[in-house]
Ligand binder design. Structure first.
Ligand SMILES: CCCC/C=C/CC(=O)SCCNC(=O)CCNC(=O)[C@H](O)C(C)(C)COP(=O)(O)OP(=O)(O)OC[C@H]1O[C@@H](n2cnc3c(N)ncnc32)[C@H](O)[C@@H]1OP(=O)(O)O
Length: 415
């Protein structure tokens, strides 16, 4: 094939996978009605997959396994020898699906491709925006258009984990004239988000959006932040991190315009807790909300110790904040943390259409409405933020926290 799609396929498909994923017709043994709908979806997913950027070997194996299960049922071929590495990896992936029904495998294939397409859509969104992208950020893409300033966390390979740079803890000063194009711009994400919020609070946009690039919204605090210990020692690091945390969260408490989270995928830790300080939270059906603080030997931040019980009631909040219960998007919406959930396949389109309409409302009226809703809580929220940051400063020095972080960094544990 001479077209671009063909070239993309050749770039990332191993030949064996290529042959199995490009099967022209499917032999699906199902009732005719069920077959019509899902076979169409499946076929469209099969052609969509050829246009995707290389999703990495792990995902390619998942696609292969689901394809085989959907079309042939449970693994039915002899196990390849140990030295036949590629075929063995494929066989293992297929065999791992056990007796998963063909229909479920087909549905999972369609869902996986749809997730991959939307994340590649959202990363390809970056390209047309290049000319209106604000310069000076290393970990974010910040754009302004249609009266909307969009702050996109942009470390997709690290699931948009939020970084600190050791010994470069810059205190946020609301009155300073520090601008994102200043030559002293720090590269770490906490400070860049603070700078972007400060700039957005003063620009002529009506609303501000925080979102993530790639398949995650954000995996929260970058756990390697804990390994970068300055010569002054670990106590000093804990102290400066607590100050940074307090300043970071204060920026959200004080943000004067409508602030919207566009939660494009899973969210973890601080990226979840600060959602209680947003005015609106839109989530993709693929998003999850996880605050595994006890698992990490830590305690809640982002004012969640106050906002979560207020939003969802103390019992549900405790399950999330103490026991680390992960919520689906639908559950988070039912608990009131999320405003609305959109199907992942149409998430970006529906959300941005909605936001463009909202951004045309009179900006001063929106600001004043936000003030009226939020202002009486501000002092309280600042005090809670300071208290949570103090508690965390101590937690970071505990063995429970050190062990949990080391287990993640040495790949012994994941969430
Ligand atoms: C000022 C300080 C404030 C502190 C307050 C905040 C508290 C919190 O936010 S607590 C939450 C901390 N976050 C986590 O515990 C998440 C840890 N990550 C994971 O468990 C998994 O990575 C995750 C489930 C998110 C995704 O799993 P996978 O889909 O299997 O992907 P990978 O694990 O292979 O991730 C790809 C790549 O990204 C790196 N990564 C992801 N998240 C983090 C993170 N939070 N910190 C550091 N690194 C992260 C991961 O290590 C992989 O890196 P490579 O191995 O180099 O590819």
């Amino acid at each position: 094939m001479a077209g671009a799609a063909g070239r993309v396929v050749r770039r990332w498909y191993p030949s064996v996978l290529r042959s199995s994923l490009q099967v022209p017709a499917l032999q699906l043994h199902m009732s005719k009605t069920a077959m019509r709908a899902s076979q169409k979806d499946f076929e469209s997913a099969l052609s969509q997959v050829k246009r995707l950027k290389d999703p990495g070997n792990e995902v390619k194996l998942k696609l292969y396994a689901l394809y085989k299960q959907a079309t042939e049922g449970p693994c039915n071929t002899p196990k390849p020898g140990v030295f036949d590495l590629i075929n063995k990896a494929k066989w293992d992936a297929w065999n791992a699906l056990g007796s998963l029904p063909k229909e479920t495998a087909r549905q999972n294939y369609v869902d996986l491709v749809s997730g991959l397409s939307s994340s590649s859509d959202s990363s390809s969104q970056v390209k047309p925006e290049a000319d209106r992208k604000q310069p000076g950020y290393e970990t974010l893409v910040v754009t302004s258009e249609d009266s909307i300033t969009k702050i996109m966390m942009n470390r997709p390979a690290k699931k948009n984990a939020i970084t600190i740079q050791c010994l470069r803890v810059h205190k946020y000063q609301p009155s300073s004239s520090f601008s994102p194009t200043h030559s002293d711009v720090p590269s770490e994400m906490y400070n860049e988000i603070m700078l972007a919020l400060k700039a957005a609070s003063k620009d002529d946009s009506a609303i501000t959006v925080l979102t993530g690039n790639g398949d995650y919204y954000s995996s929260g605090n970058d756990l390697s932040n804990f390994t970068d210990i300055p010569p002054e020692g670990i106590e000093e690091k804990a102290k400066s991190s607590a100050i940074l945390l307090r300043d970071f969260v204060d920026c959200f408490i004080d943000f004067p315009k409508p602030l919207i989270a566009v939660v494009n995928g899973p969210a973890v830790g601080i990226s979840v807790t600060i959602l209680g300080l947003f005015d609106t939270v839109y989530a993709s059906s693929r998003a999850t909300f996880h605050t595994p603080f006890s698992h990490l030997g830590q305690s809640p931040e982002g004012c969640s110790s106050y906002t979560f019980p207020k939003i969802m009631g103390p019992a549900k909040a405790a399950e999330m904040l103490i026991f680390g219960k992960k919520l689906t998007a639908a559950e988070a919406c039912a608990q009131g943390l999320v405003t609305e959930v959109f199907p992942d396949s149409t998430f970006q389109k529906e959300v941005w259409t909605r936001l463009k309409a909202y951004s045309k409302l009179p900006p001063n009226a929106m600001r004043i409405s936000k003030q009226v809703i939020r202002n009486r809580e501000k002092e309280k929220l600042r005090a809670i933020n300071a208290e949570e940051s103090r508690a965390l400063q101590e937690r970071w020095l505990s063995d429970e926290c050190t062990n949990a972080v080391m287990n993640f960094l040495t790949r012994k544990a994941k969430l």
